[in-house]
Design a protein around this ligand. Structure first.
Ligand code: SF4
Ligand code: SF4
Ligand code: F3S
Length: 385
């Protein structure tokens, strides 16, 4: 383990050498600290991440695109501060990506074959899109081969597989009823082929790019995948339901709802439950991670549209858009105070007030990303019940 000063020196040297050209050292360390906070890691882990990514060999990444719309790739490349695209492309060694390849045709396929051979057992395979298995997999072919045979070959030789987006994680849009191509999630294809490479699912349509990048950085830093839930999703991102962190939650609790788009309740920012918001049954960190780096409110519910559960299996692309959610996991908002039985002298009202003030301070510092983390066992219990 390097000392703090040495870490900073290494990071600085890497910048001087142009490894992360265009991103200032200060921005980079800030970024790593924010990533560490978003993953619920202890203070100081941002430096460990910075150390890992500036000293370790860049991990080879091979990107397999199957039945997809390129939205997942677009969301990675359109993020801005501090130029996420740059960080992704400079921190990893992207060996093959159909949209980003410089070469094409036989040249690109030869590069892919060579890269698999050279990086056997070491590369991360990112799968984007669902895999059609009906009729021998003929509905998606790349370079004359079916996506299912490519996944079988590439998945078996990877160190880990990251299924990016709802299509790759659980089928997504292509698997919507009647699923004419037999669209199947990556982990299921691998399981059916007896391939035991670990898989992590990052669902969403598209998923938040930071959830993807955090997972890659975690793997790079700790040489293992982050803690996953029972659907192989990183707990740091999918550990809580949207409804717990939603800024409209006080309106839900007070019974104030928008009933039609554009009505008074909608204009006043009331809860969107009656317009079909699936926040009460969708696990994701959208309200706290936000999208597009443009500040508060930049997520579906923040802009006035109900969450349709794009990241939740059995919700998005399955349930009607505006049907009411089935609130199975109703839990208090994550900023509610806890009750400490036996501690006398502090009224619950004062505790609630203190928690509220602390919550505002935390929010101002951007640490709201961490709210609610560390309560996974309660969730598990809720789900089991
Ligand atoms: Fe496109 Fe959504 Fe599928 Fe990503 S998950 S490939 S954005 S349809
Ligand atoms: Fe927010 Fe939707 Fe829950 Fe209402 S139902 S509080 S809009 S997540
Ligand atoms: Fe998707 Fe709902 Fe988040 S629609 S992007 S899971 S708010």
């Amino acid at each position: 383990m390097l000392e703090r000063g040495q870490v900073m020196k290494n990071a600085e040297q890497s910048f001087l050498e142009g490894k992360l050209s265009g991103v200032s050292r200060r921005d980079f360390l800030k970024f790593c600290s924010a990533m560490a906070a978003a993953m619920g890691l202890p203070l100081g882990m941002g430096e460990k991440i910075a150390e890992a990514v500036t000293t370790a060999k860049r991990p080879p990444v091979i990107w397999l695109s199957a039945q997809e719309c390129t939205g997942c790739t677009e969301s990675l490349l359109r993020a801005t501060h501090p130029t996420l695209e740059k960080l992704i492309l400079e921190l990893i060694s992207l060996e093959y990506h159909e949209t980003l390849n410089v070469g094409a045709g036989h040249q690109a396929e030869a590069w892919l074959a060579n890269s698999i051979k050279e990086n056997k057992g070491k590369y991360i395979l990112v799968v984007d899109g669902s895999i059609p298995v009906k009729d021998g997999g003929i509905y998606c072919k790349i370079g004359g081969r079916t996506a299912v045979s490519l996944l079988e070959e590439m998945g078996a030789q990877a160190a880990a597989v990251i299924a990016i987006g709802s299509c790759a994680s659980w089928g997504g849009i292509p698997s919507a009823d009647p699923n004419p191509t037999g669209a199947t999630p990556a982990h299921e294809v691998l399981k059916n082929k007896g391939i035991k490479t670990p898989v992590v699912n990052i669902p969403g349509c598209p998923p938040n790019p930071y959830n993807f990048l955090s997972t890659v950085l975690y793997f790079l830093t700790f040489k293992k995948l982050p803690e996953l839930d029972d659907q192989a999703r990183p707990k740091f991102a999918y550990g809580r339901i949207i409804h717990e962190n939603c800024e409209r939650r006080p309106h839900f609790d007070a019974g104030r709802f928008a009933v039609q788009f554009g009505d008074e309740g909608h204009r006043k920012g009331y809860c969107l439950y009656k317009l079909g918001c699936k926040g009460p049954e969708t696990f994701n960190n959208c309200p706290i991670q936000l999208f597009g780096d443009v500040g508060s409110g930049s997520w579906p519910v923040g802009t006035g549209h109900p969450c349709f559960g794009c990241s939740e299996k059995g919700v998005g692309f399955t349930l009607p858009l505006h049907s009411p959610a089935r609130p199975k996991y109703i839990t208090p908002p994550s900023l509610f105070t806890e009750v400490y039985p036996g501690k006398e002298g502090v009224s619950s009202g004062i505790k609630a007030l203190a928690t509220g003030v602390a919550g505002v301070a935390i929010g101002a510092a951007g640490a709201a990303m961490m709210t609610g983390l560390g309560k996974k066992d309660e969730d598990k219990k809720d789900k089991e019940e």
